[in-house]
Design a protein around this ligand. Structure first.
Ligand code: ADP
Ligand code: MG
Length: 591
């Protein structure tokens, strides 16, 4: 399989193709659209051009919310002197030639429209020096050209090393509607910061630098290490808070990336980032696939810090479906959608919480509003910068839990246990048991047909419950399904129901006190009422906090937890495990 790994590109390995004007037939088949809607779209296009030119160092300068100046400087392969006058012509590109080139695309650009659109609504100066002139004398120093409203007004020579600088001044000076629209400078600056953060994360091997109105708001080292980039962006030592994600089928896709520990979870999706072949995409379908992966494993409304790179063979992705190139079509969409969900889920289900309240995002984001102070380190857990956890070589969470040695019970609620590597685990007994019961109920429920009766625990006395009218109707319809779970329930006239049995399990008798509440869950007018009911049943029958557990019971519970699919998270999405790693102890005790 040929997969484009754009993250590791280097200028010396990238070759420039000649600039050509696309034929009208090809131009016509390319999804057209207004690419320059606001200042941040200019920044995006210029950064993508720099990346396409194999740049390792990209500097962005913005003034006046991008309306006064946007300048992007790169150290890419530059523009050949003879091409400079044509780069601003519409449909002039060095990236594709015939339409079929789109199916073997290795660049972010392909329309030859960005510079053309930008130059018609601003004053553009492009200074460039082609890499192959580097050995020649100073008379080949570099050439520049200035366009106003798309017309060339000046040109000349100036010294510089290879690479390109594009300066865009007075953006939208001739489009008054746009000018009004982008008044909110601060908002626009915020968008630019977010954009740069995304590219920095997407291209860890590229150094990025952003200066807004003389203030440096972002800088990365281009070390190539994603964990390091995240540290640089958010000023947090994240090495112990990131879990690596890796998956692939050797044919249609390869997935790699990182997901942040639950302590980093946020109320917005802003930190969920997906790149497809180096292209940041915002496909609803793929976004949904990722959410599906962590749904139920984080509290409702919370989203992880998640950075994923999906690589697919270029001919299995169609990038020509959205003018802003934010959407893609994948040939093997279904396969990839489930792979994304599974990849995220697998890691989330196994990832214990860590014992620190982490303030995330770090000061980097706050700096959109004020000057960043001297670089602060938020959390300092481990000095092994970049030494992220590579899940593969370490024992899995299930394995670790199975080998835990219980030491004591804290507050009759938490089991303290030692792992073979000398680290400490805290296990919430109620949530652990809840997880065990929930998965048991799910298996039972999935295994029975509607008409079948599951093993049931007969209550000492049947319990009568009263429902509201609409609930009574729904409940009545669902009685056969409840029977499948071991809940014997029958209508008892009017809106009353009689419950005779509950699912079998240790805590069955405990359920008797909660039947009204559970019946209401079973009568919930929602599509996921079944799962909610199973969660409710698990929660109400699980061991409570305040129950003393003997050593044997503690061991049994840990064993049972180890055999679940998601030992780190209770069915409500809260953590079951808290892990004090060896490095944490070493660090905190100064050993
Ligand atoms: P596209 O990226 O779709 O080709 P653009 O209008 O963005 O269209 O750029 C037109 C052409 O200008 C590119 O194909 C490329 O040859 C050249 N170009 C633009 N920016 C750069 C850059 N920073 N370095 C080298 N070449 C560039
Ligand atoms: Mg481009």
């Amino acid at each position: 399989m040929h997969i484009d790994n754009s993250q590791t590109q280097h200028v010396s390995t990238i070759e420039r193709a000649p600039l050509r004007e696309l034929s009208p037939e090809v131009a016509e088949r390319i999804a057209a659209g207004e690419v320059i809607e606001r200042p941040v779209s200019v920044v995006k296009e210029l950064i993508e051009n720099a990346l396409d030119a194999g740049a390792c160092d990209i500097r962005v300068e913005v003034r006046g919310g991008g309306l006064r100046l946007i300048r992007v400087t790169d150290d890419g392969y530059g523009i050949a002197e003879g091409d400079l006058e044509q780069v601003c012509l519409r449909h002039t590109t060095s990236k594709i030639c015939v339409f079929e080139d789109l199916s073997r695309l290795h660049t972010l650009g392909f329309r030859g429209e960005a510079l053309a659109s930008i130059s018609t609504v601003s004053e553009v100066t492009i200074l460039s020096r082609a890499i192959e002139t580097e050995e020649l004398g100073e008379e080949h120093a570099g050439v520049w050209i200035t366009l106003q409203g798309g017309e060339i007004v000046e040109c000349g020579r100036r010294a510089r090393v290879h690479g390109t600088t594009v300066a865009v001044r007075n953006l939208f000076y001739n489009v008054p509607v746009r000018l009004n629209y982008t008044r909110a400078m601060r908002t626009e600056n915020g968008h630019v910061v977010q954009l740069l953060q995304r590219y920095a994360v997407g291209y860890p091997g590229v150094r990025f630098n952003l200066v807004v109105d003389d203030r440096e708001l972002l800088q990365t080292s281009g070390s190539g290490d994603l964990a390091m980039v995240l540290t640089e962006l958010y000023h947090l030592s994240l090495s112990e808070l990131l879990q690596e994600i890796k998956a692939g089928d050797g044919e249609h896709y390869r997935i790699h990336g990182f997901i942040g520990n639950r302590v980093l979870a946020q109320s917005s999706r802003q930190y969920v980032t997906l790149f497809v072949n180096g292209r940041w995409v915002q496909s609803r379908r793929l976004q949904e696939a990722l959410e599906q992966g962590y749904r139920g494993l984080l509290p409702k409304g919370k989203h992880p810090l998640l950075v994923l790179f999906l690589e697919v063979p270029p001919h299995e992705v169609d990038v020509n479906v959205h003018p802003g190139k934010l959407e893609v079509h994948l040939l093997q969409e279904q396969v990839i959608v489930s792979a994304l969900t599974q990849a995220v889920k697998t890691v989330m289900e196994q990832s214990p919480a860590v014992p620190e309240a982490v303030q995330f995002p770090g000061p980097a984001l706050a700096s959109q509003r004020r000057l960043p102070g001297p670089r602060r380190r938020g959390l300092h857990i481990s000095e092994s910068a970049g030494g992220y956890r590579a899940g593969a070589s370490e024992p899995g969470t299930a394995e670790v839990i199975a080998s835990l040695r219980p030491l004591a019970q804290l507050q009759q609620a938490v089991i303290l246990a030692e792992a073979p590597d000398g680290s400490l685990y805290l296990v919430d007994q109620h949530r652990a048991h809840e997880r065990v019961i929930y998965e048991h109920l799910r298996r039972t429920y999935a295994g029975v047909q509607d008409s079948q009766v599951a093993d049931a625990h007969l209550l000492l006395e049947p319990v009568i419950i009263e429902m509201k009218r609409y609930q009574a109707e729904l409940l009545e319809q669902r009685l056969p399904m409840l029977r499948g779970l071991g809940i014997e329930c029958e209508r008892f006239g009017g809106r009353s129901f009689l419950i005779r049995s509950v699912p079998v399990g240790e805590g069955s008798e405990q359920l008797a006190a909660h039947l009204q509440e559970l019946a209401e869950m079973a009568a919930e007018d929602s599509t996921n009422w079944q799962d909610q009911l199973l969660i409710g049943l698990a929660c109400r029958s699980a061991l409570r906090r305040g129950r003393v557990l003997g050593e044997g019971e503690q061991k049994t519970l840990l064993k049972a937890l180890a055999s679940t699919a998601a030992p780190a998270v209770c069915p409500h999405g809260s953590p079951i495990l808290l892990h004090y790693s060896r490095t944490f102890l070493i660090d905190k005790f100064d050993w």
